[in-house]
Design a binder for this molecule. Structure first.
Ligand SMILES: C[S@@+](CC[C@H](N)C(=O)[O-])C[C@H]1O[C@@H](n2cnc3c(N)ncnc32)[C@H](O)[C@@H]1O
Length: 369
């Protein structure tokens, strides 16, 4: 049971960390207050053992990146991750830092034998989107990176999980006049799944102010479960960008006249972030984002490419920090960021699935499984 802490791990935690763990799930750890460390550890073990008898749904987190799927699913005690894979070292770093008890397989999925993947009830994965995105070269299935889709099919044929959740860029649906999506949907149907698809925008259905439209493909082997699932999520009032920001940001994120483009940036960025406005540097000019919402974070934003969100605060003009990008993807503030270069962190954040969106899907699944 990967979500459970064994005695040894619990002993390594400090008292405030143990208490925080109990406070985050008061129902599960009822009666924890007032205990000393030794008794608290015994109590946590007792509560966890009670949960052991329940039948958790095992899931695999493919193309795990930040581990957002694991985070959103394991917040719910009905789900347990049994296999995690990505081929990026920084993904392993962030995943293991936040999930020290999980095993992470750092490999190209295409090189993994499907029999080495444990049986599971749910497969999730935000499969690589470059072949399908407008920003990419629109090569679709001809691009060798899209081959992993066929690997997903191989896994589904072998393990037949009851449910699948796939996520991708919005224009997967329109790529190659809809043929790419049609191929994906038909193949999933022929593999035994009833498919529902929806484009969800983080900004609309969660309080996170990031405009992020992504396609979610949910598949069920069971027709009744399929019939009972829907993508109807209540619209939420838009959150404020400045509530997502850090205080005391390091100087390295600020622009100074050492930058070639400083003048353009300084002239173009006039409104303070207190007005809830972000800007984007578009190669040679700055554009105000009129929606009072963060534009879609992208994997390449840290590499100085287009789409770098910029803001003006009382100290100057700067870009979003990696932590702020994680905030704008709905990661909790205690989600740990590894000690890797900023561009790796921006890439992880820009690639991630928004945590609260997955949580919403999970809460719907919980009602029907
Ligand atoms: C769009 S990101 C998924 C992000 C993830 N869902 C999250 O929330 O952080 C795609 C991920 O697939 C990984 N990837 C691409 N091709 C892969 C392959 N052949 N085998 C394993 N991982 C791969 C990339 O390293 C990247 O982290």
């Amino acid at each position: 049971m990967t979500s459970l802490k064994n005695e040894k791990t619990l002993k390594k935690l400090k008292m405030p960390e143990l208490k925080k763990m109990c406070q985050s799930d008061k129902k599960k750890y009822k009666g924890f207050s007032g205990l000393n460390k030794e008794d608290l550890i015994k109590h946590i073990n007792k509560c966890n053992n009670k949960i052991k008898v329940t039948n958790n749904l095992k899931f695999i987190d493919l193309f795990a990146g930040t581990g957002a799927f694991t985070l959103a699913l394991e917040k719910n005690n009905n789900f347990e991750c049994v296999f995690t894979n990505d081929m990026m070292e920084c993904s392993k770093n962030i995943y293991e830092l936040n999930n020290p008890k999980h095993e992470f397989t750092l490999k190209d999925l295409n090189t993994i034998n499907v029999s080495d993947i444990p049986p599971h009830n749910l497969l999730c994965g935000g499969f690589p989107c470059q072949p399908f995105s407008i920003a990419g070269e629109k090569k679709g299935f001809d691009d060798k990176r899209s081959n992993v889709f066929w690997k997903i099919i191989e896994i589904l044929e072998k393990h037949k999980p009851e449910i699948i959740i796939l996520e991708n860029v919005k224009n997967l649906k329109s790529h190659d006049k809809g043929n790419t999506y049609k191929t994906i949907e038909n193949k999933l149907k022929n593999t035994g799944y009833h498919i529902k698809t929806c484009i969800l925008d983080t900004n609309k259905i969660t309080k996170i102010p990031q405009h992020r439209e992504r396609i979610y493909i949910i598949g069920f082997r069971d027709k009744d479960k399929y019939d009972n699932f829907d993508f109807n999520f209540q619209e939420q009032k838009q959150g404020k960008i400045y509530d997502m920001l850090e205080k005391n940001v390091d100087d390295k994120y600020y622009y100074t006249d050492r930058f070639k483009v400083f003048e353009e940036i300084e002239n173009g960025i006039t409104k303070n972030i207190t007005e809830n406005v972000l800007y984007q540097y578009r190669r040679f000019y700055v554009r105000e984002n009129k929606s009072n919402c963060c534009p879609t974070l992208t994997a390449n934003m840290g590499a100085g490419g287009h789409n770098v969100p910029l803001l003006k605060d009382d100290k100057g003009i700067r870009k979003l920090t990696p932590r702020e990008c994680f905030n704008l993807q709905g990661f909790p503030i205690d989600y740990k960021l590894p000690d890797v270069c900023d561009s790796a962190l921006y890439k992880l954040a820009g690639n991630a699935v928004s945590v609260p969106v997955v949580s919403l899907i999970v809460s719907k699944l919980e009602d029907i499984i």
